[in-house]
Design a binder for this molecule. Sequence first.
Ligand SMILES: [Zn+2]
Length: 147
Amino acid sequence: MEMKNIGLDVKKPKGKCEDSNCPFHGSLKCRGRTFTGTIVSGKMQKTVTMEWEWKNYIRKYERYEKRRGRIKAHNPACINAKEGDIVKIMECRPLSKSKNFVVVEILGKEKGFAQRMEAEEESKVKKEGKVEQEQAEKEEKVEKVTA
Ligand SMILES: [Zn+2]
């Protein structure tokens, strides 16, 4: 099968696929916005979650803040992006309720991705633990008052 030109300067995928929602082998048309980010979840079938970072300028403080967003994207079999991969995604027609992007290129692997995920998991657990502790302390106080 001949590969389509998707109108974006990307490396053509080495693999082949039968996916009709593949921009290279299927009939899916790409247009609109493109983003580059890291895949943080690849557990779904043919769908990945990509996280990307941008800088938002705050005029009052004349500084930038870091913002992070997550986008779901279609992952065709010929590209087959995995967790930790840095990918380029491009907008397409809505493929499901929350999916209107498709992975078009793998740019590389994020260094220290596993460590970053571990650290995030740890901080989440810590936060939850703290909330529980505070809750317990509050309940203790209430008990004292009622006693
Ligand atoms: Zn394909």
